[in-house]
Structure formats: C-alpha cells, structure tokens
Design a protein around this ligand. Structure first.
Ligand SMILES: Cc1cc2nc3c(=O)[nH]c(=O)nc-3n(C[C@H](O)[C@H](O)[C@H](O)COP(=O)(O)O)c2cc1C
Length: 215
C-alpha cells in the first residue's frame, strides 16, 4: 500500500523555489570527498524517481574513479576546449579563453552519463515516433540529480566539451549507448544565485516574452 499522498506546505513551496534559484552549474569544487553512503543514496533515489519513456529507465551512469581514466578524459576535454575556442575571434576568443568551463581537476566525483538507445525495458512504448525519447529521459534524470544534489549541498557541473564517440571508446561502452554528459560533482567552492556565464558577461538570461509565445 502506498502512503497517503502528501500535501506540500507554503514553506516547502518557498524552499523549493529557493532550490531552483540556487541550483547553479558548478565549475569550482572543494577537493573534500563526498560521503559515499550519501552519494550512493543520492544516485539510487534519483534514478528510482526520474521519469522515462515507457518507464524504460535508459540512463546508464558510469562512475569515473581511476586516476588513469580521469587523466584520459581531462586530456580529451582540454584538447576539445582548445578546438572549440577556434570558432571565436578577437575579443570574444579572449573572453572564451578566460571562462572556466569545467571542474575536472578538483571534482571528487565524476560521472559519464549515457543513454541506452534501444533498451528492452519499456517494450518500445512511446519510442516509435520519437526515437530520441531515451535521450530526453536521461536528461530528465540528470536534472533530477542536479536538484537533489543541490538540496544536499552538493554542486554539479555539466561538461559537454567532449566527442561522444571518443567517450564511448575511452570507457569501452556498448555502441548503442549514446553519450549524453560528463558530470563533475562535489562541494562547491563558491555559491551564487546568478549563473556564472551571466556574472562573466557571456550570456544574459532572456526576457520571458522571448520564451513564452502565444499563437
Ligand atoms: C546540455 C548542457 C551542456 C552544458 N555544457 C557545459 C559545459 O561544457 N561547460 C560548462 O561550463 N557549463 C556547461 N553547461 C552549464 C551551462 O553553462 C549553465 O547551465 C548555464 O550557463 C546556466 O547557468 P546555471 O546552470 O548556473 O543556471 C551545460 C548545461 C547544459 C544543460
């Protein structure tokens, strides 16, 4: 029997709004290790409670812990970061090069996230017209993890400056898993309510009239 469904209080709603507004992408971490019991519980709870197409649970989280594998991934990110910088010129190139775009050197926990693209689970339900739905499901799980981590005081930084095929090769993962994200996690060194790319004058938040349209 399920428990009776809870009624969320005004106080909870206010605190949930605070959680959303303090979530932040984190790139600067303390090196203090995370309590393993808490971290494993965070992963388990997140993955149990996230939504997925056909309840297929296509997310596959690979914990990256050996120094050798971390070094390989750092080298790859640094190489790709230099390549990405080449699309900018002049002052924008200088600005890009000043941005800190990952916390791979310090984050005590690191996860490579993949999506199984054709899992047996869910029996194909909901995937026939939109084959990308496993990817979207995996992204929902990442967002759930992001929020729950922040509620525990743990920061998360999403790194996308990588080549998916290279990640599959480095980690020797099945070809039908699509690489989605590299996540750095740990206690943040600094906290802010304002996104770092806003603070660094790279990109402002957009006004609502650009985002919510009426037809
Ligand atoms: C799909 C995706 C990819 C991202 N890739 C990177 C990245 O490679 N490096 C980085 O520093 N931040 C990355 N971010 C974080 C964004 O820069 C960040 O979410 C955005 O600037 C807004 O800031 P906030 O998350 O603190 O609100 C990524 C976020 C998403 C959702």
């Amino acid at each position: 029997m399920d428990n009776p469904s809870p009624e969320f209080s005004d106080q909870f709603r206010a605190e949930f709004d605070q959680l959303l507004s303090w979530r932040r992408d984190v790139r600067t971490f303390k090196t203090d290790p995370l309590n393993q019991e808490i971290f494993e519980c965070l992963l388990r709870e997140t993955l149990t409670n996230s939504p997925s197409v056909g309840n297929s649970q296509p997310w596959r989280f690979v914990r990256i812990s050996t120094p050798q594998t971390r070094q390989l991934i750092r080298n790859h990110v640094e190489f790709e970061n230099k390549r990405s910088a080449q699309i900018y010129e002049g002052k924008t190139a200088e600005h890009y090069n000043r941005l800190k775009l990952h916390g791979l050197h310090t984050a005590p926990e690191q996860l490579a996230v993949f999506s199984a693209m054709n899992p047996n689970e869910g029996k194909g339900l909901g995937r026939q017209t939109m084959p990308q739905t496993p990817v979207w499901s995996t992204i929902m799980a990442i967002h759930t993890l992001w929020l729950k981590a922040r509620a525990l005081g743990i920061g998360l930084g999403w790194v996308s400056i990588l080549q998916p095929q290279e990640m599959t090769a480095i980690l020797d993962c099945p070809e039908d898993w699509q690489f989605i994200a590299y996540l750095c996690m740990g206690y943040p060194k600094e906290e802010s309510q304002t996104p770092e790319l806003v603070r660094e004058n790279w990109q402002e938040r957009l006004p609502m009239e650009k985002l919510i349209l009426q037809k």
